[in-house]
Ligand binder design. Sequence first.
Ligand code: SF4
Ligand code: SF4
Length: 473
Amino acid sequence: MSLEAVPENSQAYRDSISLVDQKTGDRAWVYPKKPKGNLYTGRTWFSVFLMALMFSGPFIKLNEHPILLLNILQRKFIILGMAFWPQDLPLFALLMLTFVVFIMVFTVLFGRLWCGWACPQTIFMEMLFRKIEYFIEGDYKQQLKLDDAPWNTSKIFKKTIKHILFYILSVAIANTFLAYLIGVDEVKKLVTDGPSEHIGQFVALVIFSTVFYFVFSKFREIVCIVICPYGRLQGLMLDKNSIVVAYDFVRGEPRGIHKKDVENNLGDCVDCKRCVHVCPTGIDIRNGTQLECVNCTACIDECNDVMTHINKPKGLIRYASQEQISNGSSKRITYRSGAYIAILTILVSLLSYLIITRKDVTTDVLRTPGMLYQQQDNDRVSNMYNFEVVNKTFNTQHIEVKMKNPQEAELKMVDRESPKMELDENALVKGSFFIIIPKNKIKKNNSEVIIEVYSNGKLMNQITTNFVGPVQM
Ligand code: SF4
Ligand code: SF4
């Protein structure tokens, strides 16, 4: 938002961040008011849906395999039931690139909608941990009072119960997180066999649980403001046409307390500061769009309530772009966002094509480097080739390598009897073979030969390579 958008005396906020106490330099603990309103209710139900999806995700299987597994240690990735192996690195990299561009397009158009509505950090913080805190310690004023009070029995009891519940929740989240990394069956084994049998996984679980506990009990908004790379990049991605949670300064300023039956030239903002009290990152949205704003919409609900009470239209704080507020513009797609959308469309098309045409079995064949050709008995010539066959499925594949062209050619394996082989899930087999051709059939010094690879009787790959030999005069 432009500097002119806010009153002159409020520019001081640009010199500090809400996390730091200006007098002491210590962390300024944020005590947000308990939110309520239509958007908060909507977010609560949406969060319930997302949490149900997230906690049940590791148990949902497609063809006996998880729908999402990101096993970095074993380099095994399953996305929507489709397995990606290390050999799929280019495809996986393209998938990640597409995802990043999608996030950019989404952010340019809709700001931090993701942060407020779908980010696990916001969902767990606002919908689980914060609700527990409100339930045990009360609303923000009671929390402030409790923290200022001496350590008596009631305070010790409340704090202990709260932190025990926080840690239990952190363990549940860590278990779910681990299940997405190593699979739910491995996590079940850890639970049933006991930690001593799986010491590495147990240590990982304790580390994850402790990290989550500190994230939600101590770090909180620091994660969104300082640590999260997506949050840090907002300044680069947002523009004047991005839809964000915005204060309508045209309508709201000059702000001030409206006295009953007294004429004034004040705007609609009554300077009640309820939008500031409810903010989980401790900012004043009336200062304009700020890095700290996670678009949680709590201030919209709070201000709408105020507007209802003073008989003014709702929406003094609302989802809007700076251009919409300043000039009433409804333009959404700019050259920049249009370019992003075009790039995203190309990437999605390419990715779809690669996924649709992706083969269950892939084969690479290369003439063995450093070798020309060999004279064989019966007036024949051979070339040697190296091959690599990869099974990308979860099932055993029966592979057979056959000669297609020229028909007189013979394919002879070097290190095995038969060109038939069995490949387990994600197995890879390497080897060498000769292609042997009668001399009188060689018409060129460098001719094309075609090899076919069948999997479970179905043609999977047809490979064209070169054959080098002496031409008969
Ligand atoms: S809640 Fe609305 S009226 Fe109250 S200070 Fe914030 S913007 Fe102004
Ligand atoms: S300014 Fe409003 S939308 Fe942004 S974080 Fe604070 S309460 Fe949420």
